[in-house]
Design a protein around this ligand. Structure first.
Ligand code: MRU
Length: 345
């Protein structure tokens, strides 16, 4: 497969000495890349959601570590290793739920611990490898997921689990891209309040590939399931526990409950770097709470004390509601039965 031709949208681009980040807060009105030359900048880009989506957060953090090494090692600072450690610690506080962040930072830290001298080219190569492995994993998942969608006409997705959220091609949207080439005809995207990843990102990203999608209000999902012909819901994940419970964008759990009621199947597509084998069940997953102002109308924000808002941005879907978990290492059907430990290397 020609990977270059598969990638039209890039969330991240490594220039050799800096990281270009597509500012997803501005999409779809504006396609604007910011350039980051230090890890503090990358920390801020993740925290403020210029870059978002579990795998993309991990990849950005890996490049953030490279920038830290370039900064401190090149300055001939004898304390460079501790300064990089400090930057890694800061990056780890950018967002709590997506395990890809911690996986990427651990991978980079372990490499630094093992390699004492001339780390720049080695560590750069490793970050680029994490990036390209993610794209390859998505291409593999796309095919495996599309195999499950045989004879499927209509799917729905939630949030944005596409090229914008990954190294490229996407997890849930990777499956949709691959299935579209095989004859999938109809894609619904939920708008995904409050940040509107579906309305602003998913429908735009699919349009770049000429894949037509239909946007629905989140609150229309139940009625679509009742009155439409929906075969599968396909989503990504931020963290998958060993028993197959899945943390993903807020609203995934309600879609899963609705899908059960209407006999619709639910697929979770995610790379193995999204599986937290140490986490027994979804109960232990830290669910990020974001600023209530993301929900509140401006008139409330400026008039603070009257109204409050609760804004958890992820939820956990129990394995019992999931039909299949698709990874680059293979597919687990009915994860409720044995969890995902069979995917451990
Ligand atoms: O808050 P976000 O936009 O970072 O949340 C993203 C999601 O929940 C995605 O579904 C998940 O990270 C998978 S992305 C391939």
């Amino acid at each position: 497969m020609n990977v270059k031709n598969e990638l039209r949208v890039n969330a991240l681009e490594w220039t050799g000495q800096s990281l270009l980040v597509l500012d997803q807060r501005l999409l779809p009105e504006k396609v604007n890349y910011d350039e980051y030359t230090d890890s503090q900048g990358v920390f801020k880009a993740i925290k403020t959601m210029r870059v978002r989506g579990a795998p993309a957060i991990g990849i950005a953090a890996a490049y953030g570590v490279v920038l830290s090494v370039i900064q401190h090692y090149s300055a001939l600072d004898s304390n460079w290793k501790n300064k990089v450690k400090y930057d890694i610690q800061l990056l780890s506080t950018s967002r709590p739920t997506a395990v890809n962040l911690f996986w990427a930072l651990d991978t980079m830290q372990q490499a630094l611990d093992a390699k004492a001298d001339n780390p720049i080219s080695y560590i750069t190569k490793l970050a680029k490898q994490i990036h390209s492995d993610d794209i390859q994993a998505n291409l593999t998942m796309g095919e495996l997921g599309a195999d499950l969608l045989k004879n499927t006409d209509t799917v729905m997705t939630h949030c944005n689990a596409g090229a914008l959220a990954t190294g490229g091609y996407g997890t849930a949207l990777g499956v949709i891209r691959s299935a579209y080439k095989r004859g999938l005809t109809k894609v619904y995207a939920g708008e995904t309040r409050p940040w509107l990843q579906g309305a602003r990102l998913t429908v735009w990203e699919l349009a770049q590939d000429g894949i037509e999608s239909t946007l629905i209000a989140d609150s229309a999902a139940a009625w679509l399931m009742k009155t439409g012909k929906l075969d599968w819901i396909i989503v990504g994940a931020d963290r998958i526990a060993a028993n197959g419970d899945v943390a993903n964008k807020i609203g995934t759990y309600s879609l899963a409950v609705l899908a059960k009621q209407h006999g619709i199947k639910l697929m979770v597509a995610a790379p193995v770097s999204t599986i937290d084998f140490e986490m027994e069940s979804g109960e232990g997953i830290d669910i990020e709470q974001r600023n209530p102002n993301e929900l509140l109308a401006n008139c409330y924000i400026n008039n603070d004390s009257l109204v409050s808002a609760w804004n958890p941005v992820f939820d956990v879907t129990p394995a019992s509601l999931i039909t299949a978990i698709v990874t680059e290492r293979g597919v687990v059907l009915n994860p409720e039965e044995k969890g995902v430990n069979s995917l451990k290397s």
